[in-house]
Design a protein around this ligand. Sequence first.
Ligand SMILES: C[S@@+](CC[C@H](N)C(=O)[O-])C[C@H]1O[C@@H](n2cnc3c(N)ncnc32)[C@H](O)[C@@H]1O
Length: 269
Amino acid sequence: MEAVKQHYERVELVDRIEKALENAGLGGRDLTLEELAPLDHFHSRGLEATKDLSQDLKVTSESKILDIGCGLGGPARYFAKNFGAHVTGIDLTQSFVEAANYLSARCGLSNLVKFDCGDALSLPYADASFDIAMTQHVAMNIQDRDSFYSEAHRVLKSGGQFALYDVITGEDGEVHFPVPWADGPATSFLLKENELKKILTEHKFEISRWIDRTALALEWFVRMQTQPNSRPPIGLNIVMGAEFGTRSANLAKSLKEGRAKVLEVVAYA
Ligand SMILES: C[S@@+](CC[C@H](N)C(=O)[O-])C[C@H]1O[C@@H](n2cnc3c(N)ncnc32)[C@H](O)[C@@H]1O
């Protein structure tokens, strides 16, 4: 757990983000979710993937949503802005939580979204307190999947929806390290497709959507790599450093070689 935290934790992250936004001509005014998306959707296919995941979820302005491993909060803000839902995000990384709260204020969404620092394996919320829980590109860092899925199930109301967007292992060997979530196997815990299905079922989730998004993820990475002019002025390199490009390229290569896959899943609690 400490090693995962260290992987993401950054000093003076809010200051760094504020300066980067200024340098990109985005200082001193409210920001749109689209402007922020290259920075605050920390998963393959960015905002596009969050939009896909939201399709057909039963979200209304009455919904209480939990984003487990919320990162910088882009997905949480998407659900708040587009559905008027009340979203709570929780993340292990204190500096990400601070940045997430700062970015919500910059988008004028602090009234609908709040972020807590905490562990997905021991969620500080009462049983049955959320209508929807989501988690995107977090489980790869989680070895204790039993606690991860049982906590998600516990905090969901009966019949609530659990939306996942995850990297899983492919059939053709281990991923090329370093990847965006880990330097090596000590903090990377990918499941096989059948293992994910089994563990969700064991935790009493009823699967309603199971879509392989690998091809779309690959297309997206190729677009990012081959069209540098279309790259946005801000990106996750501001948070994760210059070597984020190498990490992303390794994930893209792993997807291409069948060493990893990307899945979109929705299940009922
Ligand atoms: C690749 S980022 C994804 C962030 C966000 N879900 C998104 O898609 O923009 C992975 C996140 O998982 C968080 N994380 C990893 N292990 C966690 C745990 N045990 N509890 C809570 N958050 C965790 C990390 O701090 C990091 O913010």
